[in-house]
Design a protein around this ligand. Structure first.
Ligand code: CA
Ligand code: CA
Length: 594
């Protein structure tokens, strides 16, 4: 374990001073390199990537803020995103060289002096009429590379700005927004390339992962995540060559629906340098009505592992074969290592899927190692067979086929848990190598769901389903839960009235930080779940906190602003939490010195 000691801090301070002396001017921000990004999880003076390191553990070794000192945590500054419109703020800030880069709703990005909160520049993307974000006008964050800060927009563009001036350096189109493409995830950087997916699974888009040269935006490779579609590689002049179709045409998609097959890669990706693999989650097969598309429908509702050098799918694991509930498999696949019973180190990855099961896969080859429920009620499968890797389905848990009814208009309604908003959704979990536990922001909710006939029309919702989301319990929906991934044992839980929609941070100070829709940023004991501190931020929190150190002090930051998918899609649950107010700010905290 890396401890944050005073001598080490002094070494860092001296190293920084030396770096500034070489550069000549502290005002001139230094470029972010591939080595910096690979070291991000260990370098405590910056937060360079979504997930606090490309593996996505959201763990910081910092210890100054800990179970004893956290009671002295106080705000340093707060800055409002302003504007006439607010809505959901799901962004994770990135921080380098004393500057914070933070995205906000409606495709905005701000650069701030991280010591004072002073605004250095902002960029507000001009959005056209007719954009089709399914699940609020949110953005989850930016990536840093070289002198650039790179983020995606709701009209499906990828934009690189000079991080010192805010001037646009390059701009590339990710998809046709009129066909339902949009972009909300934080891009990641792998070996000089910016890695992105696409949003739009509710409109019959084709999911895919792209790699572009991070400095120029020029495409390097693209890999569709729907069976039957062609992948391409690009040379420096932009000439493309075929690199083979994904999977085998019609092997798991009968008929023609694969042509508008969804599997949108809308929640970003993680990268593990040890195995040299990008892990991307894929969304629902389109449309939701599963009776229209017999088969497993690869590579929907899966984890796909890609070679960053050429975009080849090295392995895949399908969390929900033949998804009929919109259990998008987009949730983050977080690399971690553990010792098995024979004492051998296992290179694994964990994923708390929307479908209610927590999956542990061998991250070198995708083999399923463990799967256990992380929510109390699951109606679509009894369990996951660890031998075959496939679910033991409960057949009556699948919404019925409208074609089987006399009028053909509405299939049998089923009660389903989790709801399609998931046992966990976009809110990122954290893993602590210190405790060996995953901290999962889970929700207990259900839905009535039924199927309807539907046909594809460009730019129109492509569901073929209706639904109402409902709470299961009167006293809580959300529950932050600590799990041992090797045993599936829940070590503790902390319940919350509203559904949890904000990500988690864990630290070497034996703490877990997360926010609630009720507006509290909370710190819990990582081993017991006991609440040690909370702060009311004035609007709901649906974003993940971060931490770093600066001038020998540890800081915490979180973006606030209630919104996201719950108020838009939440049915009875949306009504239950309609007392929550919108906002839009970023907060920074440190320990009060008495
Ligand atoms: Ca770092
Ligand atoms: Ca979906």
């Amino acid at each position: 374990m890396i401890r944050n000691t005073f001598p080490k801090r002094n070494v860092v301070a001296i190293a920084l001073a030396a770096a500034f002396a070489v550069a000549g001017s502290p005002a001139m921000a230094k470029d972010v390199t591939d080595a910096d990004i690979l070291n991000d999880a260990k370098s405590t003076g910056d937060v360079l990537s979504y997930g606090l390191g490309t593996q996505g553990q959201r763990y910081s070794p910092l210890t100054a803020i800990n179970a004893d000192t956290v009671k002295n945590l106080v705000p340093v500054w707060s800055m409002s995103f302003g504007g006439e419109k607010q809505r959901g703020q799901e962004s994770q800030p990135v921080i380098a060289d004393g500057k914070m880069f933070v995205t906000a709703s409606y495709s905005r990005i701000f650069a701030l002096d991280v010591k004072t909160g002073k605004k250095l520049w902002k960029y507000e993307h001009r959005l056209p009429d007719g954009i089709m974000p399914c699940c609020d006008v949110i953005n989850r964050g930016a990536a840093l590379y070289g002198n650039l800060v790179i983020f995606g927009t709701l009209d499906a563009q990828l934009i690189a700005l000079d991080k010192d001036t805010g001037k646009v350096v390059w701009k590339e189109k990710l998809g046709d927004y009129a066909a339902g493409y949009s972009y909300t995830a934080a891009p990641i950087i792998v070996k000089g390339k910016v890695i992105t997916g696409v949003s739009g699974g509710e409109f019959g888009v084709i999911g895919r992962m792209d790699a572009r040269d991070a400095m120029t935006g020029k495409m390097v490779w693209t890999r569709p995540t729907v069976e039957g579609h062609m992948g391409y590689a690009f040379d420096k002049d932009g000439n493309k060559t075929e690199t083979g179709i994904s999977g085998t045409l019609n092997a798991s998609w009968k008929g023609d629906l694969w042509q508008t097959g969804g599997a949108a890669t809308w929640n970003g990706a993680t990268y593990d340098a040890e195995t040299n693999l990008i892990f991307a989650g894929t969304g629902n097969p389109a449309p939701w009505n599963s009776h229209l598309r017999p088969g497993d429908n690869l590579f929907s509702s899966s984890t796909v592992a890609l070679n960053p050098d050429n975009g080849k799918i090295v392995w895949h694991y399908q969390n929900t074969p033949h998804d009929g509930w919109d259990f998008d498999g987009v949730n983050e696949f977080v690399s971690f290592d553990y010792k098995d019973k024979s004492g051998k180190m296992v290179k694994a990855g964990g994923k708390a899927d929307r479908n209610g099961f927590f999956f542990v896969n061998d991250r070198t080859n995708g083999k399923l190692l463990n799967a256990f429920p992380f929510v109390n009620k699951i109606t679509w499968a009894k369990s996951i067979n660890l031998e075959t890797g496939r679910p033991n389905y409960i057949e009556e848990g699948r919404p019925g086929n409208p074609a089987a009814e006399a009028d053909g208009k509405k299939g049998k309604v089923v009660f389903s848990a989790p709801s399609f908003l998931g046992g966990k959704n976009q809110q990122q979990m954290a893993y602590s190598p210190q405790t060996g536990l995953f901290y999962v922001p889970a929700n207990e909710w259900s839905m009535d769901i039924w199927n309807e006939p539907v046909s594809y029309k460009k730019g129109a919702a492509y569901l073929g389903a209706g639904f109402t989301i409902k709470a299961i319990h009167d006293d809580y929906i959300g529950s932050l839960r600590a799990f041992d991934p090797t045993t599936g044992k829940m070590v503790w839980e902390s319940k919350n009235y509203a559904p949890l929609w904000g990500g988690v941070l864990t630290t070497g100070g034996n703490l877990v930080f997360h926010g609630t829709p009720e507006g509290y940023l909370r710190a819990l004991d990582a081993k017991t779940g006991k609440e040690l501190w909370k702060f009311q931020a004035g609007t709901g929190i649906v974003a993940p906190p971060v931490t770093w150190e600066m001038d020998g002090e540890q800081y915490i930051s979180v973006v606030t602003g209630w919104g996201g998918a719950v108020p838009l899609w939440g049915g009875d649950v949306a009504k239950r939490v309609n007392f929550l107010e919108q906002g839009g700010s970023v907060w920074v905290f440190k320990l009060h010195k008495s």
